[in-house]
Ligand binder design. Structure first.
Ligand code: GRF
Length: 201
């Protein structure tokens, strides 16, 4: 039986698109993306899911809700969809411990730097690339890791380096890191984890 994968998003969803394309072209075969869950209404990632015929859900964090309460809402939605594995693809909320425990070893994240550089709390989106440019590194890249309770601190599964070029802006660098690293690494590692979870079933 194929394992069910949920992709969690909050934005444009280009990493989601890379996963959907990989699934369509036979790169992801050990599991199937059966749910795209967004933390926000109206994001383009939801359109990408609908265009690919994949179920969607929106689980928004309400004002005053604790991370644990939000984590429980997420777990309820994922369990209702029989989800076995979770891929964070630009999901902007930090996950509560109860959620991480519920899916221990079965949550992947992509981070747009070579961890341990430019990672942890406060390093997301363009901030990561801005920090890399400010520090003057000549190489950056992306990292896929298992999610644990430390932000960007879980076991590293794969990394790919990308050159920083003269004249880069955070936006230009972000695009290069996505094209040359993120969109390649994330589908590949998703398939690998799905395959190893399938063996455990
Ligand atoms: C990517 O840079 C990813 O590494 C980070 O958030 C961004 C998401 O972009 N975690 P997209 O929504 O996949 O286009």
């Amino acid at each position: 039986m194929l394992i069910n994968i949920a992709v969690l998003v909050s934005g444009g969803g280009t990493n989601l698109q890379a996963l959907l394309d990989s699934q369509a072209y036979g790169g992801i075969v050990s599991g199937r993306i059966s749910l795209v869950l967004s933390s926000k209404e109206g994001v383009y990632a939801l359109e990408r899911a609908k265009n690919a015929g994949i179920s969607t859900a929106v689980v928004a964090k309400e004002k005053g809700e604790t991370p644990a309460e939000y984590g429980h809402k997420l777990i309820t939605e994922l369990m209702a969809n029989d989800i076995d594995m979770v891929v964070l693809a630009g999901f902007m909320l930090i996950l509560d411990e109860c959620f991480i425990k519920a899916y221990e070893g079965r949550i992947l994240n992509i981070h747009p730097s070579l961890i341990p550089a430019f990672c942890g709390e406060g390093f997301y989106g363009l901030r990561v690339h801005r920090a890399a440019l400010e520090r003057g590194v000549k190489l950056t890249g992306a990292t896929v890791h298992i999610v644990n309770e430390i932000p960007d601190g879980g076991p590293i599964l794969a990394q790919k380096a990308v050159e920083v070029l003269d004249g880069d802006t955070p936006e230009i660098l972000q695009q290069r890191v996505m094209e040359q690293a993120e969109w390649i690494l994330l589908p590949r590692e998703t398939e690998k984890l799905a395959a190893s979870l399938t063996k455990l079933q």
